[in-house]
Design a protein around this ligand. Structure first.
Ligand code: HEC
Length: 82
């Protein structure tokens, strides 16, 4: 899955810092299997935004909307491709 576009690196840093441990404990490796599993929960770009917002709220990270947008963009570029 070679990417020709540049990946959103701020989004990547945020995900690597805050979001991997938990997913990795269920899915192994870097946890990215959660995004690419056979029946992903997230099925649209607005759904992805909603999931990132709800994880942000659950974890009490207090990300700003633009930080959520970077994460949405990164996850979409890297895994979902909506
Ligand atoms: C405390 C553990 C935990 C942490 C930390 C966590 N998640 Fe999750 N995440 C989950 C679980 C559990 C699910 C599966 C939820 C389900 O199946 O309903 C999930 C699912 C997801 C999905 C949907 C995957 C799919 O099926 O398409 C996305 C996107 C996601 N998380 C993003 C994030 C982001 C972004 C962060 C960092 C802000 C984060 N998660 C941090 C536990 C966590």
């Amino acid at each position: 899955m070679a990417e020709t576009r540049a990946v959103n690196s701020l989004g990547q840093q945020l995900v690597e810092a805050h979001c991997i441990s938990c997913h990795a404990s269920s899915y192994g490796g870097d946890g990215s299997g959660i995004y690419t599993r056979d029946y992903p929960k997230v099925r649209s770009l607005p759904g992805l935004k909603a999931q990132v917002t709800s994880c942000n709220t659950m974890l009490n990270l207090k990300w700003f909307d633009d930080e959520e947008q970077h994460v949405v963009e990164y996850l979409n570029q890297r895994y979902y491709h909506f």
